[in-house]
Structures are given as C-alpha cells and as structure tokens.
Design a protein around this ligand. Structure first.
Ligand SMILES: [Zn+2]
Ligand SMILES: [Zn+2]
Ligand SMILES: [Zn+2]
Length: 395
C-alpha cells in the first residue's frame, strides 16, 4: 500500500504500513471528537484519483454504490437439493370449529372493535357452519449482498498491519447471520488501509475561520466599529468592545477552527468498507375458494402439511392440490433468477392448510355470515351488525 500513496507531502505522521502493530477496530476514533468544530467549508471527499489502486477494487467510490454480483450462484453439489422423496402428508385431520368456539371468536371480534356493539355477537343465531380448507404456500429465499466504498476516520497514530493482498469482496470472511432474518454488517476489508493527509484541511488539522478572515476579531456591531457609544451627554467608550473590535464568536478568537474531517489530527486513515446485507425474500400463494380475502390467510397459521429447508429447494411436486405444485414451480423458478446480485444462502418452503369456517347467522331481521379462519380463530365479518359508534344504539 505504501508505494501507492500519492498525496502531497506535509503529513505529520509517516505514510503506509507500520510493521508489528495491530488493527484498531472501526469506531475507535469516536471518542476523539472535539467540540469546537465550526469549520466553514468541508470537502466531504478527496478526488477519487488520489485513492490507492487496490487490486480487485477498481470500481470502488465514496458511495455505497452498486451491489457486487457474487462469483457463482451455483450451489455446491453436496449442498444441492437431494433426491429426496418430498411426499407431503395427504390426509389431514383437524377437528372442525365448534359452535362454542365460533361464539367465542365473534364475541372477541366485537370486543376488539371498540365501536361495535356486543349484542349481536352474543345473541345472533347460527344457522349453518361450513368448514373448508385454504392452502397457503410460502417460499422464502435468504440472500446475501455485498457492496464496497472508501471510508475514512481521523488517524490517531495507530499502526497498520498489512499481511498480503486484500481478499476479494466475496472472499472476506463474515460470520453467518441468523437464517431468514434481515441483517446488515459493515466491516473493513483487510489490507486496504493507508494514511493520507486530510484533504479538507491539507493536513493542517484546522481551517481558517471564514467569519473573521483568520483575524480572530470582528467589528463591533454595537458601535459599528467606532469604539464609542452615542450618549446624549456626549460620546463615551463603547461597553461592548475594545476600540471597535470584538472577539470572533465563531473561532473564539483563534482565527481558525478544528477540522471536522480529521478532528484536528491532520491525517485520515482510509480503507475500503464492505457492507454485507442479508435479505429474506418471501412469496406466497394462497388457494382460498370462499369470499374470504386471500391476503388474510397469509397472516394466520394452519396445519403444516409440508416444510423443507435447504440451500436450494426443489419445487413441491406431489401435493394433493395440484395448484400448489404449479405455484411452487413458478415461485422457485422466479426466485432462482430474481436476485442476481445476491448469494443465496438458504431457502425454505412450507405448505399450510388453514381451516376456514363460514358461519351463517340471523340477527333480528338480518341474515348474513362471517368467517372464522386459522389456528388463531381470527374473524372476518364485513357485515357485522351494529358497527356504528355514534348515533346508533350500541349497548
Ligand atoms: Zn463597540
Ligand atoms: Zn473567527
Ligand atoms: Zn482535516
């Protein structure tokens, strides 16, 4: 790294690597922050040409930029989906919803809606209960993406360890995360660090004060620089200044401010930062043949008829509801090519059979129905009587 340093000279500390010292952790500099930092004009980044040329990182800029395509999307042979017999269960026994459970569900439902009257839930008469099954297929693909950018911190004089060429962005070891959970990590790419004079202050550690043109003093506003106050009794000395001048409040009279970029250190430690991001992509397919909206099925649980977790799953092919097989095929294929900038770490797919019961009821002169669905006994009752909160008789 050291031979690539091409900043202008003038730094107070030697460039490049120092043997036998240790890497500081990122964020170590946070405590070095100084408070009197009112620099007038901060250059956020130096010209890109002045950054080191790191093999394998030619396109790195100062923004997070594009995600980098992983080297290969093919799973290793030993990871590939085995030729397993993925025969899901074809018989399902769950006890149908009882009238008591339906009553309890609709009473809860009315209670959850503060405006709804409780009377209908308690008094409605159930005339029919029709049980059906919904099918809910879920495919999850857990992927990892990586991007790089140049990052700097004030240089505190710590050594830089160089152990060889930097690893490629996809070769940097990153501890595996919890599967199927969104996450993000920022780490330093080893062997990319170097020390350069701060571009914002040219290595000085401070910047001249723009408010007072480095003089440290400003013309008194009270007397307009005359040094005298205009009293009726005759001119006397201005109480706010000394001879027409006051101390510059911006730099506190120093004529310069501490550089915000290097926090007064004069040098910056530059390195390539790798951002690793994990995303869980989820797709659903619901087979629901009643008037219950499909989207509601995805929010409850049912009986797990099939579940599989592998680096790459094969589509479900022997499910009793053939529409599930077709949907699984389509979604597995879609996920196989939808995330070209991600390395797929794991996939999981599940088929749940969600119980749905349509409960027909009469209440006063009204005839309608509501749905109880899922293991949670959620209720969908768009025609629930007594929904108003003002003006109606809700007791
Ligand atoms: Zn004055
Ligand atoms: Zn000033
Ligand atoms: Zn600086």
């Amino acid at each position: 790294m050291s031979e690539n340093t091409n900043f202008a000279s003038g730094s107070r500390t030697p460039y490049g690597a120092v043997q036998g010292s240790i890497y500081p952790s990122v964020g170590q500099h946070a405590g070095a922050s100084q408070s009197n930092t009112k620099a007038t004009h901060d250059a956020s980044v130096p010209p890109l040409e002045q950054m080191d040329k790191i093999p394998g990182y030619a396109a790195v800029g100062f923004d997070e930029g594009m995600f980098l395509a992983p080297p290969s999307q093919q799973p290793r042979l030993d990871e590939a989906s085995p030729q397993q017999d993925q025969r899901p269960r074809s018989t399902f026994n769950y006890t149908p919803l009882t009238r008591e459970q339906a009553r309890e569900a609709i009473i809860h439902y009315a209670a959850d809606h503060c405006c709804y009257g409780n009377n209908p839930a308690v008094k409605m008469e159930f005339t029919n209960m029709a049980s059906t099954s919904s099918f809910h297929y879920t495919l999850e693909t857990f992927g990892e993406s990586r991007s790089t950018k140049w990052t700097s911190h004030p240089y505190l004089g710590e050594g830089l360890v160089v152990t060889g060429p930097p690893p490629g962005p996809w070769d940097v070891m990153v501890a595996p995360p919890v599967m199927f959970q969104k996450n993000k990590k920022k780490i330093e790419v080893p062997n990319t660090a170097s020390v350069k004079p701060c571009h914002n202050c040219n290595g000085r550690g401070n910047k001249s004060c723009g408010f007072c043109q480095s003089s440290g003093r400003r013309k008194c506003l009270t007397c307009n620089g005359t040094g005298r106050s205009r009293m009726d009794a005759g001119p006397s000395q201005c109480m706010s200044c000394q001879g027409g001048w006051t101390k510059c409040y911006s730099c506190n009279g120093a004529g310069h401010n501490v550089c915000t970029k290097c926090e007064g250190r004069g040098n910056l430690r530059w390195y390539i930062q790798l951002t690793v991001q994990w995303t869980n992509h989820t797709d659903h397919h619901v087979i629901e043949r009643t008037a219950l909206p499909n989207s509601l099925i995805t929010r409850v649980t049912g009986l797990v008829a099939f579940e599989e977790s592998l680096p790459r799953v094969s589509p479900v092919s022997h499910f009793l509801e053939t529409e599930i097989n077709t949907a699984s095929h389509a979604l597995v294929n879609k996920h196989a090519c939808s995330f070209p900038t991600e390395r797929i770490l794991m996939q999981r797919h599940v088929v749940q059979i969600v119980p749905v019961t349509e409960v027909s009821f009469t209440y006063e002169d009204m005839m309608s129905s509501f749905f109880v669905y899922g293991n949670e006994h959620k209720v969908y009752a768009p025609n629930y009587p007594e929904q108003c909160c003002c003006g109606c008789s809700v007791l």
